[in-house]
Design a protein around this ligand. Sequence first.
Ligand code: ZN
Length: 102
Amino acid sequence: MSKNFTCPHCGKKQEFKKTFTLSNSSRWRCSKCSTFLKAQQMSPYASVVGFLATGIPAYYLLFVRHTPFIVGMGIGALCGVLCYLLSLAYFYFTVKLEETDL
Ligand SMILES: [Zn+2]
């Protein structure tokens, strides 16, 4: 069983939905022991990767393939959403949590 994304105090696995708003400044209480938790060192590149995953396909379709604007933006947004969901899953399985004061 993975120790990632679990409370370091009581070992409770934290809810997946916590990853939705996860950032270097995220703080929340463990639902079991009420310890304040935060994520250890998150990559500052995550948001850059998300931006590129949205921007590059949109740019390629719009300016290289001359795809209609609305189609290009739609596909760009879709790629962004997929990348976002993948990164949430990535955080859930790799990020370690630590106890913190508010
Ligand atoms: Zn706990």
